[in-house]
Design a protein around this ligand. Structure first.
Ligand SMILES: [Zn+2]
Length: 161
């Protein structure tokens, strides 16, 4: 095991800090339900910046994760490419700021858990009901072969008798 990286939100944004790394999908337990397989890892890049008097974090995620196709239940490789900005808000002010801000707000804690941020963004960004693209889904192949289903032919014969 390695230590979970923690950042001080305000310091990170004020000083334009950056943090890059990789996290194994298996280390993100809340993703367990959506993944077909927890093999692989996700690269993250986190950078802090100031926009006027707002403190922000930008998070970028890339990598592949294996999801379960909701049509054929087969495995589906989903390329993750997520970029999100997070507005750092002082503790206790999340409620009042959140309402008139289109950017997601998080508490400007002095110990922000980076892996938990990565996990949150993946949960938001991964499709809830993923499906193979048209033509690549095993369920479609099944539908095609159903028209040549021997039982359908049998039913036809029965009708004629
Ligand atoms: Zn499928």
């Amino acid at each position: 095991m390695f230590a979970r990286p923690l950042i001080d939100g305000v310091d990170f944004a004020l000083n334009g800090k950056e943090l890059r790394g990789n996290v194994a999908l298996g280390a993100l337990p809340r993703l367990g339900d959506v993944l077909a397989d927890s093999q692989g890892d996700i690269a993250f890049a986190l950078c802090g910046f100031k926009d006027g008097d707002r403190l922000l974090l930008q998070i970028e995620l890339s990598g592949n994760c294996r999801l379960r196709c909701q049509r054929c239940l087969g495995e589906l490789v989903y390329p993750v490419a997520i970029t999100a900005s997070l507005h750092l808000v002082p503790a206790g002010r999340i409620e009042e700021v959140d309402t008139d801000d289109e950017i997601e707000c998080i508490e400007a804690s002095s110990e922000i858990d980076v892996l938990s941020l990565v996990e949150d963004e993946l949960l938001l960004g991964i499709p809830y009901s993923p499906r193979h693209p048209e033509g690549e889904c095993a369920a479609q192949v099944n539908e095609l072969t159903q028209s040549a289903n021997p039982f359908a032919v049998l039913a036809d014969i029965n009708k004629k008798q």
